[in-house]
Design a protein around this ligand. Structure first.
Ligand code: CP
Ligand code: NVA
Length: 308
């Protein structure tokens, strides 16, 4: 059964099937209580291990609720509660969890831990964020865009600020879903070379436009993320913020966009840094739809991994 490790590793046909199923499941649940189990209960009798080595609100709740709605049972393991990576190797932990669970999701630091887990485990593994990528987030974002504006194919997405883990997954998604991506941020904070290389090898050129006003002018979607991620150690936060200030998403910048342009942020946001409250809470913002769609998109991913 397949792992869901990165957007670049999943066939575009499967990515589309995951989103189609997610949309269908979301529609069919309309009006039900959040804890009600989906009629077909495809994960009945199955255990999903949800492992968090970093903090989480959305990923934790959406996977827990998603597994329950699919009729399965989640086991949450966080931080220092297990031996993982501290007093036991990642691969030994993966082999043990494979004896108890049918599926695992892990949020970890370097992607090498994700891959070590995936190789050692006998069960499918989902990437719930690493230092390098956040594929579940970006599938939820594409689902959200398409709910509001139709197919993302041929559309223009502009990423502002830092080429974070979420940005890397957007770069891969540009190639897999056929949209244009412009990065507008400092040269030394560009997305990872591996993600850019994947996009280019699939004929998708990621544009770099250092002028944020020009970068957003014909964007259908403007996206940003925190300027320092959970894994970043920042020596001088004031200096970092000052260097990134030109790339803040504020009302003045959003005034340069088309009337139909949407704004997204994976959350949690640092209000007043990478984005202002006026934009986050403004008419173009769909950030809470994105947060909700983590649930629906991940239910599609869970089913795809288990082929149920
Ligand atoms: N967007 C996201 O992954 O949020 P959490 O860190 O709260 O899970
Ligand atoms: N880039 C952020 C995303 C959080 C969901 C981080 O890794 O902290």
């Amino acid at each position: 059964m397949p792992d869901f490790l990165d957007i670049c590793q999943v066939d575009p046909v499967d990515l589309r099937a995951i989103l189609d199923q997610a949309t269908d499941m979301k529609k069919r649940r309309a009006g039900l209580n959040r804890g009600a189990i989906d009629q077909d209960a495809p994960l009945a009798g199955m255990i999903t291990a949800l492992i968090f080595e970093k903090p989480s609100t959305r990923t934790r709740i959406s996977f827990d609720v998603g597994v329950r709605q699919l009729g399965g049972q989640p086991i949450l393991l966080s931080g220092g509660e297990t031996h993982l990576g501290q007093t036991e190797s990642v691969s030994d932990t993966a082999r043990v969890i494979s004896r108890f669970a049918d599926l695992a999701m892990i949020r970890t630091f370097d992607a090498s831990s994700l891959h070590e887990f995936a190789v050692a485990a006998d069960i499918p593994l989902i990437n719930g964020l690493t230092d390098q990528s956040h594929p579940c987030q970006v599938l939820a974002d594409i689902m959200t865009f398409e709910e509001h504006r139709g197919s993302i194919k041929g559309k223009h997405v502009t990423w502002l600020g830092v080429g974070s883990n979420v940005c890397n997954s957007f770069v891969e998604a540009a190639a897999q879903f056929g949209f244009t991506l412009t990065f507008s941020g400092p040269d030394d904070r560009a997305p990872d070379a591996a993600a850019l290389g994947f996009a280019e090898s699939h004929g998708t050129k990621i544009r770099h436009q250092p002028d944020p006003e020009r970068a957003v002018a014909d964007a259908d979607l403007v996206v940003t993320d925190v300027w320092s991620s959970m894994h970043d150690s920042v020596a001088d936060k004031d200096a970092l913020n000052a260097s990134l200030r030109p790339f803040q998403v504020n009302e003045q910048l959003m005034a340069r966009t088309k009337p139909e342009t949407l704004f997204m942020h994976c959350l949690p946001a640092h209000r007043g840094e990478e984005v202002t409250s006026a934009v986050l809470d403004g008419a173009k913002s769909v950030v809470f739809d994105e947060a909700e769609n983590r649930l629906h998109a991940q239910k599609g991913i869970l089913r795809w991994c288990l082929q149920v």
